[in-house]
Design a protein around this ligand. Structure first.
Ligand code: GLA
Length: 389
């Protein structure tokens, strides 16, 4: 991988003297969906799929970005003197947004840099290719300019800040945090209201985690996502009229039930119900995992899907087909939509001896019903972003 990137780097920028090499993973969330901007818990893990980057400081104030996945865009040139989102920058608005965010936070690079990337996270699949790229850029900037006081949590927050304010998606902290803080063979049990976290070892002796990519991405994802956020904020505001809470994540399901009449709008009520119960399911799922009760973990995953489908309404036909098919296969412990929704991927826990059947039978039935192939990846849980040479 390094050779491939360095060859391209040399071709574009003359040589690779002083060039450094980095990796930043994608992520999959096991449970705890759409809870992160509601002050609830999430339970993601970093993947071994991710984004590789080669980078070097320049002597002038120019910034060059090149993606080996998107060769047709060529080298995107920006400047430290004009850090604004431009349509023609396309994908490079993500790394550029991180440069902008560094400056906003007082970490101002005095020289530009060249950066070449290549990634193997399927685009638009809900496995956080953008957070991967944001945190990759953060790690690169910290390393190239010696901004050593920044922690990995800071880099996650800067990535989120850039996505919220430079790229217009009001995402929570889960993706950037998982990408920055991932640990091999562990999932991260994160309380998004405090950023306290705990690693939980995932050693499933007789089962595997399988991601199924529906290969659909419905349009307006960002706007639908921002709508959900707004509906939750409205629900919170309504509840705050009758009780003292900072976020929906403060509420137990019982407290929610006894105060939910404060929310008049039926849509906001459904959204809040999901946020509260999903938070509880996430806490329960981690407890079940620690107790070795994978069956319970799977049941909670399934309940999570139902809630995301019916109350939060972020699933879609193709994803529901994948999940329904998975639920019918003996040996499937749990299956649900993962990530922001409106397409993307499902995550399933499947007994080892059912994995072949899972892939073959779902693959066939999905193609028959939807008209194109699904893709399957067996999850290896990897480490968070870092320099790797
Ligand atoms: C996207 C966002 C995350 C989170 C998930 C849903 O991935 O980037 O912050 O809200 O959706 O759980």
């Amino acid at each position: 991988m390094k050779k491939k990137l360095f060859d391209k780097f040399a071709e574009l920028f003359g040589n690779t003297d002083g060039t450094r090499f980095y990796f930043s993973p994608g992520r999959v969330n096991l449970i705890g969906e759409h809870t992160d901007y509601n002050g609830g818990h999430v339970f993601p893990c970093a993947l071994t799929l991710g984004t590789y980057g080669a980078a070097r400081m320049r002597e002038d104030r120019l910034i060059h970005f090149y993606s080996m996945n998107l060769n047709s865009f060529g080298v995107v040139e920006a400047s430290l003197d004009d850090l604004t989102n431009k349509k023609e920058y396309n994908w490079a608005n993500y790394p550029l947004g991180v440069v902008w965010a560094f400056c906003e936070k007082g970490f101002v690079p005095d020289k530009g840099f060249d950066m070449v990337i290549w990634g193997n996270i399927p685009n638009g699949s809900g496995l956080s290719s953008s957070a991967s790229l944001e945190v990759l850029t953060g790690v690169i900037l910290r390393d190239l300019y010696g901004f050593d006081s920044l922690t990995m949590t800071d880099l996650a927050l800067i990535g989120q800040f850039s996505e919220n304010n430079f790229n217009g998606c009001n995402c929570g902290i889960m993706d950037q945090f998982a990408v920055a803080m991932g640990k091999k063979d562990n999932a991260i049990f994160l309380d998004t209201s405090t950023l306290n976290y705990e690693y939980a070892p995932i050693d499933l002796e007789d089962a595997k985690i399988i991601i199924t990519n529906s290969k659909v991405k419905h349009s307006l994802v960002d706007s639908a996502y921002n709508d959900r956020r707004r509906e939750c904020a409205e629900a919170l505001e309504a509840m705050q009229k009758g009780m003292e809470i900072d976020s929906l994540g403060n509420l137990t399901p019982e407290e929610f039930e006894s105060h939910k009449s404060l929310i008049q709008d039926p849509i906001c009520l459904k959204r809040a119900k999901h946020a509260v119960y999903e938070n509880q399911r996430t806490i329960d799922a981690v407890a079940a995992l620690k107790a070795g009760d994978l069956t319970r973990f799977g049941e909670l995953m399934n309940m999570s899907h139902v809630s995301l489908r019916d109350d939060y309404e972020v699933s879609c036909e193709e994803i529901d087909i994948l999940v329904d098919l998975a639920w019918k296969i003996p040996g499937v412990i749990g299956s649900r939509i993962t990530g922001g929704g409106f397409g993307g991927c499902t995550v399933s826990i499947v007994k080892n001896d059912a994995v072949d059947t899972f892939i073959e039978s779902i693959g066939k039935a999905y193609k028959e019903r939807v008209g194109h192939d699904a893709e399957f990846y067996t999850v290896d849980i990897g480490d968070g972003a870092s320099r790797i040479d």
